[in-house]
Write a protein that binds this ligand. Structure first.
Ligand code: NAD
Length: 288
């Protein structure tokens, strides 16, 4: 078997077209559009590239986008002050705080200052809590992107064995909850699963395998269950370029569906950020 490749660029284009129509409808009804502010500290190359792709996505969809860059030595208090101003600005509907932040800034502390209704990444404590209870449509972007990929296969997630490798607060844990919400049977693996020598065994049971670790080709193609859906979130720079956490060429021979790296999860993640901006706008304008 050779897997069907889940092309993130094509899926992103499809989602963008839908969001563009939604924003056009909002604009003709309300004479306003969602406005997003990206807060960036310093100008790290990776962050600038990501900010550019956000800007392009926003422009394509019709969302207003502004990048606010602050000096690398900004204090935590000053930064929180700026975030509070943005929280109070009725013309701003969504705020994202770009990572990485300098060491003297506590990312989670500052992210938690973002107004819950403007938290575009769905990662402040209040939104994570609401997500657990199924009470919000503002979902963390990368996990939501993974779910879009899985759903794009048309599979029924209910009752499937889903194995998530990686338990970070921004990917593995929230994703496990989203899969659980769809009634998959979810196993979460992490570094200690590997230490215990059990990773291959869990991976081999997965109908849906999602890997978010950050170790080049950690998951061997031979481990994967025949016909599995494999979503590779990992991004690893090696001498020959960028690879994921899954050994792509061999995994492709076993899986039914697989995401490439690059060009899989990443392009859809940016669009989810814009979808969250539209949801935030609707909440703040009371669905106007
Ligand atoms: P993290 O470093 O916060 O967490 C890594 C996880 O991997 C932890 O749960 C850890 O226990 C686990 N782990 C480490 N070594 C392991 C091993 N040998 N076996 C099993 N598990 C192991 O990482 P993160 O922030 O969740 O990011 C993970 C990867 O996803 C990175 O490559 C990152 O660049 C990428 N990423 C991609 C996107 C995207 O949109 N495409 C978004 C976020 C993160």
């Amino acid at each position: 078997m050779s897997a069907q490749i889940l092309d993130g660029k094509k899926l992103a284009a499809k989602l963008k077209a839908r969001l563009k129509e939604e924003v056009a409808a909002i604009k003709s009804k309300n004479h306003s559009v969602p406005k997003v502010i990206n807060v960036m500290i310093g100008n790290d190359d990776g962050s600038c590239a990501y900010a550019n792709s956000q800007k392009r996505a926003a422009e394509e969809i019709g969302i207003e986008y502004e990048l606010k860059t602050f000096p690398i030595d900004i204090s935590q208090e000053e930064l929180r002050g700026h975030i509070q101003q943005l929280n109070q600005d009725k013309g701003v509907h969504g705020i994202m705080l770009h990572r990485p932040v300098p060491e003297h800034i506590d990312y989670h502390l500052v992210a938690n200052c973002v107004d819950t209704e403007k938290d575009l990444e769905g990662i402040n404590v209040s939104n994570i809590g609401k997500m657990i209870l199924g009470e919000t449509r503002i979902l963390p972007c990368t996990p939501a992107s993974v779910m879009e990929h899985i759903k794009s296969t048309g599979m029924d997630i209910r009752g499937k064995e889903a194995v998530v490798v990686g338990h970070s607060g921004i990917v593995g844990k929230p994703l496990s909850l989203l899969l659980l919400e769809e009634l998959a049977t979810v196993t979460i693996c992490h570094v200690a699963t590997s230490e215990a020598g059990r990773l291959q065994e869990h991976v081999g049971r997965a109908d849906i395998l999602v890997v978010a670790v950050g170790r080049p080709e950690l998951i061997k193609g031979a481990w994967i269950k025949e016909g599995a859906t494999v979503i590779d979130v990992g991004i690893n720079r090696i001498d020959s370029g960028i690879v994921g956490d899954v050994e792509f060429e061999t995994a492709k021979q076993k899986a039914a569906y697989i995401t490439p790296v690059p060009g899989g999860v990443g392009p859809v993640t940016v669009v989810i950020l814009m979808r969250n901006a539209i949801e935030s706008y609707k909440v703040q304008t009371k669905g106007a």
